[in-house]
Design a protein around this ligand. Structure first.
Ligand code: 4G1
Length: 258
């Protein structure tokens, strides 16, 4: 394949959602919008409401056993999931976005990006019927512990994290953010022009042109930031390489004497 040719298969995301416009609006911008136009990724939506058979196109129903809140109506939801399965093929997972799922990580995003696509099911109301979860869902993913009104913002987070890993989506440049994350550190601080912004100066080292010293300074900054702001990531970085150990020791020694 020549350098300006695109792969012939597109990564296919299908979102089962009561609010298809929410998803289509959100993916239409910036990098994802361009990737869709370039045919690198395909984002489809399926609305359970279109599979509702009664005259009011109902998509919610009362919970057996009573109590407050509604549950997503079973038949239209399953019809929508099955329509997605038919379109995507059964080798791609059906994922229910749910606070009960495992929390999305870069590792999970990377694994999902290796497949041909995925179906993301967004909940509403109190969620879905347990039998749908048991028999039509392959796995559940959460984006974190807080209450949402629906699964759509969570699906957007998964789409963004996964699709930026598809070859060509970010362009051909190597991605510093990926390297940083897979190396397990936060990023070093970034600066752009002007070198003096209202009296706030850019660190001299970055203007020095000493590339080796700049790389060393950036690595030290990434390490000390990770240690102070993300002790959880810092623990997983241990044991440090001899070089990083020395960077940290030198940094701490200089901070003590200041
Ligand atoms: C109990 C958060 C309920 C929420 C406990 C992260 C949250 C989907 C996510 C809820 C949702 C907690 C997510 C809650 C989500 C059905 C409709 C479920 C929306 C719904 C901590 C409401 N990651 N939440 N329930 O928010 O879908 O993926």
């Amino acid at each position: 394949m020549s350098s300006n040719e695109q792969p012939s298969t597109s990564y296919s995301v299908t979102v089962v959602t009561l609010f298809p416009e929410f998803i289509l609006q959100a993916v239409g911008h910036s990098i994802l919008g361009r990737a869709i136009s370039a045919g690198l990724i395909t984002i489809s939506v399926i609305n359970p409401r279109d599979y509702s058979t009664n005259k009011h196109k109902t998509v919610d129903d009362y919970p057996f056993g009573g109590g407050a809140g509604m549950v997503m109506k079973t038949e239209p939801l399953v019809a929508a999931i099955e329509a997605s399965r038919d379109a995507n093929g059964c080798d791609t997972p059906v994922i229910y976005m749910s606070p009960a799922g495992s929390t999305l990580t870069q590792h999970i995003a990377s694994d999902l990006s290796q497949l041909n696509g995925m179906t993301l099911v967004c909940g509403h109301y109190e969620g879905i019927d347990e039998r749908v979860r048991e028999h039509w869902i392959d796995r559940e993913l959460s984006i974190g512990d807080y209450v949402l009104t629906g699964g759509e913002p969570a699906a957007m987070v998964v789409i963004d994290a996964v699709c930026r890993l598809i070859p060509g989506v970010l362009g051909n440049d190597a991605s510093p953010a990926d390297e940083s994350f897979s190396a397990g550190t936060l990023e070093y601080p970034h600066y752009t022009r002007p070198s003096d912004f209202r009296g706030h100066k850019v660190p001299d080292i970055l203007l020095s042109g000493h590339h080796a010293k700049i790389e060393d300074w950036r690595r030290t900054q990434a390490l000390v930031r990770t240690r102070s702001r993300r002790p959880d990531l810092w623990e997983r970085l241990q044991p440090l390489s001899k070089e990083d150990r020395k960077r940290i020791d030198t940094y701490d020694r200089l901070s003590e004497s200041n």
